[in-house]
Design a protein around this ligand. Sequence first.
Ligand code: AMP
Length: 365
Amino acid sequence: MRIGVIGAGQLGRMLVLAGRPLGIDFLLYDPAADASGGRVAPLVVGRFDDRRALERFAAQVDVVTFDWENVPADSLRALRGRVAVRPPARSLAVSQDRLAEKRLFRRLGVATAPFAAVNSRAGLRRAVGRVGLPGVLKTRRLGYDGKGQAWLKRPDDVETAYAALGGRPLIYEARVPFRRELSLLSVRGADGAIAHYPLAENRHEQGILRLSSAPYRDGSLQAQAEAHLEALLARLRYVGVLGVEFFEAEGRLIANETAARVHNSGHWTIEGSVTSQFENHVRALAGLPLGGTAARGHAAMVNFIGRLPDAAQVLAVPGAHLHDYEKSPRPGRKVGHATVVAGSARERDRGARRLLDLGRRALDE
Ligand code: AMP
């Protein structure tokens, strides 16, 4: 069994690290010759829109998956007759378009923020009139980690927001006055079996995930989230790990976006659950039985952004594990993460604070 992964960032890398012990081989594909995944598996260097190169790549593997959400969905569709593409290209296409994604949520009865499509300055004015203020204007495509967003507080903000983002297909959403951000990761096997991880609570800074803590224990929210994921998995005929980010407002879940792949808010599962999201994604792709998704203790994952702290200091935190992606430092770049697993939520939070502090101090050095 050989799995081809389009995109060889840290997610592809962690898929390899999880799949090799199962006797599964990997071939990665990425435009960057120094991609993080290329340190742990053979890497084919090519553009994401080079159909010929992708076809040659696909001919060498049994199943193709992807680790980056902006891989052109058309490139995947073109491979369909030649090799199994999992999860299906359509689920990637939906997750790439914030409007298609919100419409799918709505069709499946999953609550979203009020939203409207925007294609012009006048369209933005109409959308603000309908949806209200405050709100956020987002590019429909190619937005991630808070990029491609502009907040509107007053009617005058229409001009500046449109000047910043106009000329591309956009979506305007009402601001959700959320209490917290949660995400659910679920996995569906080739035989249709489904397993859900416990909810994780996520904290973002400047639009980038900084901290995930799990399990977030709330029986009613867990059941709501699982029902939403089951509807999505069935509709998309999904195979692999699917993530959905939610806002929690007034005891209700409001869906923000999907990730048609393993997700940063699930990195805690490597040490914090019975089977990691990476191993379960690989198992699903390979047609193997899914592994247990229960939490083992209380886990927190801290992203290291820009620069890694000193490994010895990270590992001195009780219960901490370090994941160095072997990337060169660069502002805003996810270069690694650490997970702390503890016997209680308090102990875990203490460890998470130390890791966050180390991450911040690394940037000051
Ligand atoms: P996104 O790129 O959609 O994941 O947005 C990045 C972050 O911006 C989210 O994790 C939220 O913290 C915030 N955000 C995005 N959309 C909204 C919204 N409609 N209401 C409130 N906060 C939002």
